[in-house]
Design a protein around this ligand. Structure first.
Ligand code: SF4
Length: 343
C-alpha cells in the first residue's frame, strides 16, 4: 500500500502527525505533502519516503500551483490519501491527484472530496485524532504509540555543539530550556524573566544554564531572560533564538533536563524528544487536544477562571482586558513544578 498524508497546517500539527506516519509506514511507502517549514521537520524521518512541498502561500499559490503540486502527488502513485487537516484546498489536491481512496475528518471543510469520513473526536488528543484516520478507536492500546517523533541529523547536532561551545558549555553541563514565544500574544506568559530569576535561587537548578529557544522574533523576550539571569548573578543564560532550525531546536532540547514552554511549537518538539515538560496554558486548555506528550510532563494553568478557554488558538488581545489566565500564573509555582519534574 502506498499512502499519502496531506498536512499543511501549523508546525505542531505536523509533529503530532508523526505517530500516524509511523503507523502507515508499517504498511508501505508514505509520502507527505507539507509546507516548506513542515517539510524541514521531517528530514531524516524513517517513516517518510518523500516529502512533496506545497508552498500554498508562496510559489504554489493559486490554481496553477495546485495543479503543479497535484501532478507531483499523482507521480508517487498513492492508493490512499489521509487528509490530516480540514482545508478544502488540500482535500481538492488529493482529488486532483487522482488518489482513489481519500480519508478525512467528518468536520473537514473538504469532506466533499473524501471517500471515507472519520469522526473528529473533540475529547481526544490531536495526535489520537490523527492516528484514528488509519485505525479503529479500540486499536489504541499504549499511550506511547501517540508520542511524536523527530530525527535531528548530524547537521543539527553539529549546529547545537557549535552554539553551546561558543557559550562555554561543556559536555555534561546541565541545561534548562525556556521557550517564551508564541505567534498568539495572549499565549505568551509574561513572567519568563521572573522565572529565570527564581531558577538562580533554586538549590536544584542554580547550576543549570538557562537556554532560550525560539524564532528570531523572540529575541527581545530572550534578552529579558538573559538580563534577569545576569542581574540575579546566575551562570550566563544562552540566547538560542533565531540560531537553530526547528530540528536543531529539537536536537538542543535533547541536551536539556527540561523545557518550560507556552502552548506553542517547542512544547511539541519536547514531546517528540521525550523531554520533561512544564507547559503553561492560558487562553487555551490541553483539552483542546494539544497538551504535552512527554512521559514526564505537567500542565500549569489557572484552574478557576471561568473565561478559559476563550479561543481555539489564543486571541491577540484578552477580550476581557485583564488577561488573568496568564498574569496570575506565579513564577514560584512554575519553578516548583519544574523542580518536581526533574527530580
Ligand atoms: S478572556 Fe480569559 S482566557 Fe481569554 S485571554 Fe482573557 S483572561 Fe485569558
Amino acid at each position: 500500500m502506498i499512502s499519502a498524508v496531506l498536512q499543511t497546517s501549523f508546525l505542531g500539527d505536523m509533529v503530532l502527525t508523526t505517530p500516524l506516519l509511523e503507523r502507515l509506514a508499517g504498511e508501505g511507502l508514505v509520502h507527505v505533502v507539507a509546507t516548506p517549514a513542515n517539510a524541514a521537520l521531517l528530514a531524516n524521518h524513517p517513516a517518510v519516503a518523500s516529502v512533496i512541498v506545497f508552498d500554498k502561500r508562496g510559489a504554489d499559490r493559486g490554481l496553477g500551483g495546485l495543479h503543479r503540486v497535484a501532478a507531483r502527488l499523482r507521480a508517487v502513485g498513492a492508493q490512499r490519501a489521509y487528509l490530516a487537516q480540514g482545508s478544502s484546498r488540500t482535500a481538492a489536491l488529493a482529488w486532483m491527484a487522482g488518489i482513489p481512496e481519500r480519508i478525512g475528518f467528518d468536520t473537514s471543510g473538504g469532506r466533499l472530496f473524501t471517500t471515507r469520513r472519520v469522526p473528529y473526536h473533540r475529547s481526544l488528543h490531536h495526535a489520537a485524532r490523527l492516528w484514528q484516520l488509519a485505525n479503529a478507536p479500540g486499536d489504541l492500546t499504549a499511550p506511547s504509540v501517540l508520542r511524536p517523533s523527530l530525527f535531528p541529523g548530524a547537521a543539527e547536532r553539529d549546529a547545537v555543539s557549535q552554539l553551546l561551545q561558543a557559550h562555554g558549555v561543556h559536555e555534561g553541563d546541565a541545561l534548562v530550556a525556556l521557550a517564551p514565544g508564541s505567534v498568539w500574544a495572549t499565549k505568551r506568559w509574561p513572567s519568563f524573566d521572573a522565572l529565570a530569576t527564581e531558577l538562580v535561587q533554586s538549590p536544584a537548578l542554580r547550576d543549570a544554564r538557562v537556554v532560550v529557544l525560539g524564532a528570531a522574533g523572540d529575541a527581545p523576550l530572550a534578552a529579558a531572560i538573559v538580563g534577569a539571569v545576569a542581574s540575579a548573578g546566575g551562570p550566563p543564560a544562552i540566547d538560542a533564538t533565531g540560531h537553530l532550525s526547528l530540528l536543531g531546536s529539537a536536537a538542543l532540547l535533547s541536551r536539556c533536563r527540561a523545557l518550560v514552554s507556552n502552548d506553542s511549537a517547542p512544547l511539541h518538539l519536547a514531546s517528540a524528544m521525550n523531554i520533561p515538560t512544564v507547559a503553561l496554558f492560558g487562553p487555551t486548555v490541553p483539552a483542546l487536544g494539544f497538551g504535552p506528550l512527554a512521559e514526564r510532563r505537567v500542565v500549569v494553568q489557572h484552574e478557576t477562571l471561568a473565561c478559559r478557554p476563550c479561543h481555539a488558538h489564543g486571541p491577540m488581545h484578552c477580550p476581557l482586558g485583564h488577561w488573568q489566565c496568564m498574569r496570575e500564573l506565579s513564577p514560584a509555582h512554575v519553578r516548583h513544578h519544574l523542580e518536581q519534574i526533574i527530580r
